[in-house]
Design a protein around this ligand. Structure first.
Ligand code: KG4
Ligand code: ZN
Length: 366
């Protein structure tokens, strides 16, 4: 087995077009040689949400430029990399097809192996790339389309311990921001508005808190926010800035408390499942960029005698370095794909566990 590997990663599963080059030699931390992300917020903002067709076209037209920049910033030519890793799912089918088709072209043209990566594995393994965390560890993936606790046993072995039964927190942040007239993505907008607000003015529910297990629910929170908003807005239909700040702070505190309470239960679930205490709790995904939520998760981790790890925000949100890194793992395990690689718009990390959200779940990353 080769001691060092350098992989080009590509990501286009939602609304970020990304390319990155990551190198790794055994016994060392990974080197992220470049990580380029072209966001699409400006393209979708006037529609109030991601328009899949617009996203797919933007990916198709930007992937080559994004890749050129990633290779040039890394100071490497395509012929010098070991393989091309691309997100093959889950996500929006048009964006996935754009990425996988582009990656196939690169792999065929350069004669390099192709690796189809699960986007969720990219998020879940980021802590190994950024902090050198060892398996097994307790992972929380908390993003725009997902919210799951996992026992991460290896680069290709995940056991789901629990997750949301309806909305993902990022989705709840985005929908709530829309209700409050804030910009998208809603998470950072609510975090900013919440900084000037009181979390105690409104008593938002903490769904499923106190209940056994580490399943979660966030859709009721958004409904509670809608009710408060409507009561405040009255006939004029407008909210004062102080109301937006207090509603944001109250909402964020509720999400934070649910995630923290369920993290305690996830530590117990990990022990029951793995037969040993989790010594590391690693959070990943866009919502893990939220400072208040990170602090609460860190607190819960300390109370369980473990170490909390969360990547810096740019590696929490969608990026291609995590895809390149997951690619390095699969490359080393010999799990190569070929030009018959298919996209998988639905692709659970733990394929043995039954879906929690049912087949009716909608959304970009359902
Ligand atoms: O991981 P990600 O970039 O894409 C998915 O795979 O979903 O996560 C995006 C989600 C969005 O819903 C966004 O509002 C949320 O992460 N997010 C945040 C923050 N930054 C991004 N939520 C709360 N606080 C933040 N600072
Ligand atoms: Zn993501």
């Amino acid at each position: 087995m080769q001691e060092s590997a350098t992989i080009l990663g590509l990501e286009s599963s939602c609304d970020d077009t990304a390319a990155a080059v990551v190198s790794h030699s055994r016994g060392n931390l990974a080197t992220i040689r470049s990580s380029v992300v072209f966001g699409q917020d400006g393209l979708h903002s006037k529609y109030g949400g991601i328009v899949p067709e617009i996203a797919a076209r933007a990916h198709a037209s930007r992937l080559d430029h994004c890749t050129e920049i990633a290779l040039s910033e890394a100071g490497i030519q395509l012929r010098k990399i070991d393989a091309v890793a691309v997100t093959a799912g889950p996500g929006l089918v048009g964006g996935l097809l754009a990425g996988v088709s582009f990656a196939k072209g690169l792999a065929a043209g350069s004669g390099k192996p192709l690796l189809g990566i699960n986007h969720l594995a990219g998020h879940a393994l980021t802590a190994v790339m950024t902090h050198g965390v060892a398996f097994p560890y307790l992972g929380l993936l908390v993003s725009g389309g997902h919210c799951q606790f996992h026992a991460v046993l290896g680069a290709n072995r995940f056991i789901r311990l629990g997750g949301t039964i309806d909305d993902a927190p990022g989705e709840a942040f985005d929908k709530s921001a829309r209700l409050l007239g804030l910009e998208q993505p809603g998470g950072p907008a609510i975090e900013k508005a919440a900084a000037g607000g009181s979390p105690d003015r409104f008593s938002f529910p903490r769904p499923l808190a106190g209940r056994e297990g580490c399943n979660m629910s966030f859709s009721g929170l958004k409904t509670a926010l809608l009710r408060e908003r409507n009561a405040l807005a009255g006939a004029a239909g407008t909210l004062a800035a102080a109301d937006v700040a207090d509603l944001s702070a109250g909402f964020q505190a509720a999400v934070r408390d649910v995630l923290a309470e369920k993290s305690h239960r996830a530590f117990s679930a990990f022990q029951a499942c793995v037969g040993a205490r989790a010594t590391v709790f690693a959070a990943s995904g866009g919502v893990a960029a939220n400072k208040g939520i990170r602090a609460a998760l860190e607190d819960a981790t300390r109370q369980n005698g473990a170490t909390f790890v969360a990547p810096e925000p740019k590696y929490c949100t969608d990026n291609a370095a995590m895809i390149a890194w997951a690619g390095i793992q699969r490359y080393r395990l010999g799990l190569l794909d070929d030009l018959s690689l298919q996209v998988r718009p639905r692709w659970p990390l733990d394929e043995k566990s039954a879906p929690l959200t049912g087949s009716g779940k909608r959304g970009a990353k359902s």
